[in-house]
Write a protein that binds this ligand. Structure first.
Ligand SMILES: *Cc1c(COP(=O)(O)O)cnc(C)c1O
Length: 381
């Protein structure tokens, strides 16, 4: 059953993968060094000893004029789509794969709706570890599958949901010498909490409200951990209200029960039994926040709205913006609050939705007048 080959790289991995050379920041260099180096003092030492990095993190916090005007708040978009493999999963994977190297694992495995496998494949490739990926059959976006394959992972499809795939991986982890790198791996959460640090470092404070999509619920757990650590150490003086959003057809936490057959166009949050369910509920409760749902229609509208403002996120990411707009409509925001919406992944991973509903570009003659007429230009000199 296990398809991970045990050939080439089972020797002492820490010897075959040289650590990156020291990169003490120089005045002339402004390159971000990745979460392991930038936040070394806040990450577990065992991972930092055998660092595997693609320089993840350091993602932009983009001010949204549209959303700020629509809500009366100052709305910032944390665009995680510009990570090395195009989602926030890279932050956690850098730390989890570093940890796997440190423990001498022969390979790593994960279940995935797409982005976890893309990140696992890339970081395992960098570390020269074998990588096995289990995905629900026919349910992962083509771009994400392409990433897992091009980085050399062995991809298996199971007839079942993400939740079934995760169960298979948990069982493999128990019985074979492989490391599970789903967000049930605590190193994933450690890596992902760095996004909260970046938000606070950039704003010079914690936001008042933090809005994000919730799938398996590892990321809301991670952000809440990060915000709390900064507050406990006196780096920030407040904590944000955490607002998590599931898709209406995949909203087990909102409903208070597992969803056997979750459905939503936001495939990255199509999860019926979140692994970090309890800690997501804790984050919402402790912060006076909530976990609610938004419909696919709301998500699609939000996706188009942020795209028009120059940020191309994937469908699941737009659940945060959809949620923000609902908070605003319900009068649950206070004017001038600082709000951060996390856009978890890049839209290019699944461009079908961008193209669907748009008219195909018209064909014109290679001629200035024809082009001008089709563009609606007038007043030529
Ligand atoms: C993984 C993922 C999510 C959901 O994150 P969880 O930690 O599973 O809640 C949301 N959006 C994107 C793009 C993802 O890849």
């Amino acid at each position: 059953m296990l398809l991970l080959s045990r050939g080439l790289y089972t020797a002492d991995v820490t010897e075959t993968v040289p650590p990156p050379p020291d990169t003490a920041p120089r005045a002339a260099s402004t390159q971000w060094r990745g979460v392991l180096e930038e936040y070394a003092d806040r990450l577990p030492v065992e991972a930092a000893a055998t660092p595997v990095t693609l320089r993840e993190g350091g993602t932009p916090l983009v001010y949204s004029c549209e959303l700020s005007e629509a809500t009366g708040c100052q709305v910032w978009l944390k665009f995680e789509g510009v990570n090395p493999t195009g989602s926030f999963k890279d932050r956690g994977m850098a730390v989890a794969i570093s940890g796997a190297v440190g423990t001498g694992a022969e390979g790593v495995i994960c279940a995935s709706t797409g982005n976890t496998s893309a990140a696992a494949a890339a970081y395992a490739g960098k570390a020269r570890l074998t990588c096995g990926v289990i995905v629900p059959r026919g349910k992962i976006a083509l771009g994400k599958l392409a990433q897992a394959l091009v980085h050399g992972a062995t991809v298996l499809q199971v007839d079942g949901s993400f939740d079934d795939a995760l169960q298979v991986c948990r069982d493999l982890d128990e019985r074979y010498p492989v490391e599970l790198v789903n967000s049930v791996n605590p190193l994933r959460i450690q890596g992902q909490k760095t996004a909260a640090f970046e938000v606070c470092d950039f704003l010079g404070r914690a936001p008042d409200v933090h809005v994000m999509p919730v799938g398996n619920a590892g990321n809301i757990t991670a952000y809440w951990l990060g915000y709390r650590e900064y507050a406990e150490d006196g780096i920030t003086d407040g904590l944000p209200v955490m607002r998590g959003y599931q898709a209406a057809g995949a909203a087990p936490i909102v409903r208070g029960q597992r969803v056997a057959d979750p459905t939503t166009i936001a495939t990255a949050i199509r999860i019926g039994n979140p692994a970090s369910w309890d800690s997501a509920v804790a984050a919402a409760q402790e912060s006076d926040g909530s976990i609610r749902s938004v419909t696919d229609r709301d998500i699609l509208a939000a996706y188009r709205m942020v795209a028009r403002e120059g940020v191309f996120c994937e469908m699941a990411s737009a659940a945060s913006v959809a949620g923000l707009l609902k908070l605003s409509e319900a009068g649950e925001l206070t004017p001038d609050q600082t709000v951060v919406c996390v856009l978890t992944g890049h839209g290019l991973k699944d461009p079908d939705w961008a193209i669907a509903g748009a008219a195909p570009p018209p064909v014109v003659e290679a001629d200035v007048d024809a082009a001008a007429a089709s563009l609606g230009l007038s007043g030529a000199s």
